[in-house]
Design a protein around this ligand. Sequence first.
Ligand SMILES: [Zn+2]
Ligand SMILES: [Zn+2]
Ligand SMILES: [Zn+2]
Ligand SMILES: [Zn+2]
Ligand SMILES: [Zn+2]
Ligand SMILES: [Zn+2]
Ligand SMILES: [Zn+2]
Length: 1756
Amino acid sequence: MAAAETDREVPSALCSEFLNFSAKDTAAKWLQAIDLPKEVYQHLARYVPKIYCLGPNLNPQSEDLLAQLLLQAPLEWYLCGEEPSLGLAKLEQSNQPSQLCGHVFKVGEPTYSCRECAADPTCVLCMQCFLGSVHKEHRYRMTTSGGGGFCDCGDTEAWKKGPYCQKHEPNISDSSQEDPLANLSADMIARTYNIFSIILKYAVDMLTWDKEDELPQGLEPPERGDTYYCMLFNDEVHTYEQVIYTLQKAVNCTQKEAVSFATTVDRDGRKSVRYGDFQFCEQAKSVIVRNTSRQTKPLRVQVMHSSVVAHQCFALKALNWLGQIIRYSDALRRILCQVGLQKGPEGENSSLVDTLMLCDSKMWKGARNIYHQLFMSSLLMDLKYKKQFAIQFAKNYQRLQTDFMEDDHERLVSVTSLSVQLFTVPTMARMLITEENLMTTIIRTFLDHLRHRDLQGRFQFERYTAQQAFKFRRVQSLIGDLKYVLISCPTEWTDKLREKFLEGLDAFLELLKCMQGMDPVVRQVGQHIEMEPEWEAAFTLQMKLTHIISMMQEWCASDERVLIEAYKKCLTALTHCHSGFTDGEQPITLSMCGHSVDTIRYCVSQEKVSIHLPVSRLLAGLHVLLSKTEVAYRFPEQLPLSELSPPMLIEHPLRCLVLCAQVHAGMWRRNGFSLVNQIYYYHNVKCRVEMFDKDLMMLQAGASMMDPNHFLMIVLSRFELFHIFSSADCRKRYNRENANKDVVQQNSTLIEEMLHLIIMVVGERFAPGIGQVENCDELKREIVHQLCIRPMAHSELVKALPENENKETGMERVIDSVALFKKPGVTGRGLYELRPECAKQFNLYFHHYSRADQSKAEEAQRKLKRQNGEDSALPPPVLPPFCQLFASLVNILQCDVLLGMLGAVLQWAVEPSGGHWSESMLQRVLHLIGMALLEEQQQLESNSEDNEVTFNFTLKISRPGEAPSNTPSILALLETLQNAPHLEVHKDMIRWILKMVVSIKTMRERTAAAPSPEGAGHCQEQTVRDKDKAERKRKAEMARLRREKIMAQMSEMQRHFINENKELFQQSLEELDASTSASQEHSPSSWDSALVCVGPRRWRAGGSERRQVVTCILCQEEQEIRPDGRAMVLAAFVQRSTVMSKNRRRPPHNPESYDPLFMHPDLSFGTHTGSCGHIMHSHCWQRYFEAVQAKEQRRQQRLRVHTSYDVENGEFLCPLCECLSNTVIPLLPLTKTSCSSEQPGLSLWLNTTSQQIKALHSAQRKAKPTNAAATSEILTVEEYPPPEGFRLDHMPLNPYSSSIKEMLTTFGTATYKVGLKVHPNEQDPRVPIMCWGSCAYTIQSIERLLVDEEKPLFGSLPCRQDDCLRSLARFGSACWSVSSLSTVQSHFVRLLSALVPDPQVENSPCIVDVDMFHLLVSLVLSYPALHCQDSSGLSVDAAQLHLLHLVTVAHVVQILLSSVPVELTMEQESGEVEREEEESVGLLYNTLKTHLGSSLREVSSGWHLWRCVKTGILPFLRGAALFFHHLNGVPAPPELQALGAGEWEALCAYLCLPSNLLQLYYNHKEVLEPLLQWWCSHPVVHQCLQTPKTLISYPRESNRLIELPEDYSALINQASSFTCPKSGGDKSRAPTLCLVCGTMLCSQSYCCQTELEGEDVGACTAHTFACGAGVGIFLRVRESQVLFLAGKTKGCFYAPPYLDDYGETDQGLRRGNPLHLCRERYRKIQKLWRQHSITEEIGHAQEANQTLVGIDWQHL
Ligand SMILES: [Zn+2]
Ligand SMILES: [Zn+2]
Ligand SMILES: [Zn+2]
Ligand SMILES: [Zn+2]
Ligand SMILES: [Zn+2]
Ligand SMILES: [Zn+2]
Ligand SMILES: [Zn+2]
């Protein structure tokens, strides 16, 4: 094909020229040339336009071929100086390959990083290197690449350990220092240098060329025609749809072509959309520009001369060629690097590499991609030039970033994205910081691009437009670069590095100063704000900077001098920010409890306040580092500690915390949601490390340097609570205060918040530097407190913990010390549970708890304590000691102001009135008291010898107030409260406190005086405890009684509840069903001996057993099922199925002409019927369905929303269980049969039947007198009189009531409609066939399911399936009553003709092409149509038995014909019992051989044949047993209700068959022998035996879902090499694997959309129709998600069968933990599929989650 096109497209005149061309000669000419560049350019000028761009459609194959021949070959000849293939091979041999892997990642390829050894998270390995590395045994992380980037294997800086994989392990002999050029001859070097400079220059010139109609000097084509291209360029502004629409208009193409153009433009960045003369192209251009310029800037279009385009095409080719050539040798690579980086004539930054970079934003996507790749494979792979390149990159940094801001392409296709490759190398980053001042450059560039400022120079993002937002997002990539630079903290500092880092820090502080105080808010009173102010931009900035700020601190902490300098700088910056600190703010003096302090008058609720204080927070962080690194103690003289003004330090953080408190108190309601959101993020795990946490630290730092009384007074004042606590009689006045109720409420909340803040200031000591702890202690505490709320999965915990810059929480290291892991089951996920001994570390006022977390944790912990039989007090935990710098903070606990506050609150609690106090307040006060007592106890315990412990809280709380008020002491108040009836909940805590007081007093006494034994106090305590115990016991008893009562109510409701929430309780419901089903139907086992389900001797139910009474779920009335009664129906769902298909390649049938009478044994398409088993009156159901329809119509008009079911297609949800249904099956009683005397044997019966059939044929022909041969037909009628008792004119009485008849029609039509995908037509003769087929198929699928699930044939089915099968079978035998009798009769006739020759029937199928079970079911179910006209006393039972025997024999023959030869080495000796069977089957096989001759293989082993028959026919017999069991209502024998041996015999007995099936044949040999001969004479048999592969072999194995690999990354790898089948080698964006057949599809993408039934559908939907008859199960590989699809509108996502080590799935592959196949879960999905529950599952998922309904599933 390609060759033919080449011939056609290359003008013949040129052919000869091409043929005569010699690359060798050209190269030789070049070698002689004086001006080589000119020669080469001439060559290019001549040939390039002749090869490229000769017509409207580019033809890559022929172009490539010619380019190789005419352009590349001479270059290679010149380069090598000999035959290129030889020369290059030599080069490759002498090459010393670099140790770098450098594999460039494709989109979607898996990448691996080691959490333990990677220097930073950007260090990754390709799959091959990973598998050969030590890291696969470590804790690793797996992600999919977004494209670009390369494997870091071999880079010693990237890995702390194991930098090489096995493949890239360096040889000891070679030294990497060696110059690769050493191995190359000088000649070769010179040539390479020459040719590389010419070609690279050429490529650069062409790619950066911006003239449309001219070429660079020396490249002008010899002849130029008027041929142009109209070139369309990509932009990120216009949508796909806009482009497609415009193109259709402008260049008059079809939609398909337009889609293809748009796809290419999107992928390559440009595409010619028209070829022709200038005029023609210009015209298209103007239409496109006109059409797209309305709302936005127009699409970029250029009309370019074909020769320009041709040279650009070749320029790309040339770059590719360079990339390829340098692979042969590191020396060539180095030369290319030299050429690229050599300064050009213009001096600085004028090398070819610079030129390319600086033009980056002007190039189209395709060109950028190609040169980026060349950079990666050349500059970045050569360590020497990588450095030089990095320097050039840094020099151009600002320019590149500015270009990028103005460009609109994604960052991925910008040269700026290479920063990750350069900056993350630690030595490189440090070199760039010191040499190029990179840190400062990045920050300055960033600041330059954020121009929105307010008057004070702070950032202001108000009036923040979409376009600004877009710009802002691009600017953020600079922060990413800064992060790369800082990613690894230096271990050694040089003076230069210090200098440049601190310079960078200065720039950074400038940035933070612009943020300090941004987005200030003022409390809105009166009116609600009109417009929500912009807040997201500021927070985005804060969030992005969070890691940077943390990293800056880390850098500072690694060097004492840097830390000291940074601290000074930061302090200066803060002072600068607060230079107007006291401006306009009145100084005031506060006095309380005998202390006074000067401060300012400032109210958060009245003045401006901002949540953004990054400078203060950075200082707080550095302050803690001073303490942690002990710099503060070692160099106090160098620190400006004396300059610190603690009130200034705490002022702004305190305001911010007060703001939060006031928002909680509801004081800022009128400020809208933006403030609520800000407060939320302030505390959120993503931001809190550099926001809330640091504010708290700053408060701690400030307070530690102040008098605690002063600190608390300022806090009270900022909380606007000072007036409440400062008055002398505050304990009473507050009581009397008759304030507005809202204000009281607000104040209560504020007091709670303030007390909480004090608890945190004193109690939060887990940051290293504040308390004497390690890093891991802090983490442990976080985890403990998360798990105190409830057990959590690994991912939940990770989410709740802050990440560090390496995206690591470090959790794994400590988790096992505080938690126990519980493995998941088949659903759910693995959970971590707190170790019981860790519960005592629980702190109710843990600073990271939200209010909701706090109350959940409190509840959980109290419950735990009750379960353990402990009291319910939750006292504060014992805390670690403070570091020296913060040690004075404990004094807050015993200072006068605090004691005053505690006393006041306790007093209010003693005399509660008017709701001025709250329990939360009291609880906090008790907590504070507890903390103080613990502090005192600890100090006493650790007190060595004689030092007096100055912390004496117990003493202070024992002192009553002084005169004149004489208030009671805190201790006294507590004792009073202990007996207060309204404080039941807090009693345990108060008791705990009092006990502590006693024990501390004892301790003090013991140290003070001689130790005295615990006396009376102890005794008293004892009795109190006993009383408590009794009381508690009584309460427990009451609680138990109450619980029991509730339990009784619960269980009553449970059944109902389970039904309501069916999907949750699927399991339990099935169990319930199974138990009831077993007890109801299979109990009678007293008849064992005579349990036969078919034939005249079958078991018959007595009168009372026949009666069946059911309850309608809609009206709750009971109803007996009677033929003449009101119809009862089962909700049912009919669906097409390919679950059992053995041939997925069979094309779907044409629904109009398909004849379904015979099912092919490959079972390629079937119709499955299922039911939830819920029974209704038919009229109740009809009323319900009409209501659903009406409601749906109204809803669609009103809301245009979809539902999970399609009413127009007859779908509805079962009114009880909401199971998706699309029809109902009527319930029918057993037909009455009498056991009449003697019944005819097989041959007699066959005889009679064939007479009956002949009579039918005659009658039919008589009915059609139009036939030309009418006269002769009449004769035949007389020839075949009907047998005795068979009356053709007899119209049998229809036994069913009209409502039953109506339902029979309903179900028949539904099965027909769904099964064939046609419009309903109750007259169609295929209606009954479809019903019988569905009955057979459903039984077959259930039989398979039971085998797969290893369950016994009977007794294990849930009752809904039993009900469904029974109804299906009985329906089938009754459906003749609503169809035309003659139709059903003719079906029977044709069915029988497959086994018994009937000259009147043409085209009867060969027995190898018929599924015997379908045949049996259809024969049995259609027979009543014949029997109803017979009054001779023939019984249906006899006919059923004869049909069973006949089909069984045919099946045996079928199996023998298809039996597979087996190696006969394992001939088994069998017992005597089976000897007989083996002999008879051997005989039969020989008979077959006599009929078929040599085409039947030679099999001498009777044992083997018998085994084939026995295993092959078992599914058929089991199916037949299920069928007759339900049809005739015969109980199953106990042998079949359990697994085990004896199944064969039991089955044969139950089916009235001899256990040696061959006897069937020999007993009726005289009838069957001729039939056998006739079967074998069918021509198809011979054909099939020639090609045995076409034969289905028995038993048919159950289908499984495809095998999945154990390791998920294997799948990712497989998907990454998968290319879209439609767009030539492109990577697919959403590779999706069909789990049924294993096909990989390109889902969710325009390229692979196809038309299905007049609608555009995605690849998955299209595939389901071919592969799964509309139902599909897929694995979306990139998302790690299972997708269920049904039809075009239904779908849902399902948990994938892959779990990480923590027992969790990773949908979306966000966490990157290694994933492994969970076989149980995969089996569960397989079971859903095998039992046809996929559609049902989707229905439930959609009902549970309405958003699923809105998804466009058909486009996936
Ligand atoms: Zn690699
Ligand atoms: Zn490697
Ligand atoms: Zn490792
Ligand atoms: Zn009813
Ligand atoms: Zn139901
Ligand atoms: Zn498939
Ligand atoms: Zn595709």
